[in-house]
Every structure is written in C-alpha cells, then in structure tokens.
Design a protein around this ligand. Structure first.
Ligand code: RTP
Ligand code: MG
Length: 147
C-alpha cells in the first residue's frame, strides 16, 4: 500500500495543531504507521530540503525547520501521496484554499505548518531519512470494510 512522509512543522507544534492535523488524516481514512516528535538536526534538514539548496530561502528554511520539534508521521493508504498534498493545500497559505490545512491554519509561506512528500521517490527518500531502519508499525485496521 502507498505510503507518504508528513510532518507538522515547528510552527504547527508550537501552535498546538498536531491533534487537529492528525485528526484530518485519520478521519480521511489514512492509516498512521509511524509517528514521532523529533528535533531535526541541521544535517537532516539540509539533506531533507537538498533540492532547495541553491534557493535564496534555503538558510531560513533550514533554520526554521530546526527551530523546535516537528511531529513526523508516515501515513498509508490508497493514493495517499497526492491526496494528502491536496489536503495540505498549496505552498503559500495565502493562496491555499479554505478547507485545506495551510488554507485554514497558515498565514506566511515560511511558516506553512506542514510538509508532505511530493512523489513516490520523495516519499521513499524522506521515510528513509526520518525513520531510517526503525520498522514501521504493522497492524490491521478494518479499512477494507469501512473506507
Ligand atoms: P514542503 O516541501 O515543505 O512540503 O513544501 P512544498 O513542497 O509545498 O514547497 P517547496 O517548493 O518544496 O518548498 C519548501 C518550503 O520552502 C519554503 N519556501 N519559501 N520564501 C519563499 O519564497 C519560499 N518558497 C518556499 C516553504 O516553507 C516551503 O514549504
Ligand atoms: Mg516540497
């Protein structure tokens, strides 16, 4: 089953949004298979956001993502990568539609509350970076009947 990496960024943790955000994914029907409150190191942040290292905002992005703990998750479900990105809304919260996580909770592009993998390759890479060789939790949920 498809998996994705999602994290509530330090602003979301500070603003007590973990529960609201996780709740949206649970209610949608996605299955949580890993969760961890985690302080991201500078090395991990630079690796995770490596695709942006030439961008003018890279330094700010790394310093923000390491400024406090994040709530890192792996979610599983049908088409979870694209659907969870849709639930997050576009990168800039001022343009994100109401009803999306960024549209409802965010105000500035630098502090946009949540991250989600943007492709299968990113998901695999990011799960590897954040979870490493810790096993994902395997358990049965009756989704095939109810979702
Ligand atoms: P993310 O990787 O965090 O899920 O966000 P995303 O895919 O929607 O956006 P991406 O292009 O990957 O950008 C990564 C993060 O960099 C910050 N950003 N700042 N100042 C700016 O113009 C600017 N542009 C991007 C955002 O916080 C974005 O989430
Ligand atoms: Mg991105």
């Amino acid at each position: 089953m498809e998996k994705t990496f999602v994290m509530v960024k330090p602003d979301g943790v500070q603003r007590n949004l973990i529960g609201d955000i996780l709740s949206r994914f649970e209610k949608k029907g996605f299955k949580l298979v890993h969760a961890e409150l985690k302080q991201v190191s500078k090395e991990l942040a630079e690796e995770h956001y490596g695709e942006h290292k030439e961008k003018p905002f890279f330094g700010e992005l790394v310093s923000f993502i390491t400024s406090g703990p994040v709530f890192a998750m792996v979610l599983e479900g049908e088409n979870v990568i694209a659907t969870s990105r849709k639930m997050m809304g576009v990168t800039n919260p001022q343009e994100a539609a109401p009803g999306t996580i960024r549209g409802d909770f965010g105000l500035t592009v630098g502090k946009n509350v949540i991250h989600g993998s943007d492709s299968e390759e990113s998901a695999e890479r990011e799960i590897g970076l954040f979870v490493g060789d810790k096993p994902l939790v395997e358990y049965k949920k009756d989704d095939s009947t109810w979702v």
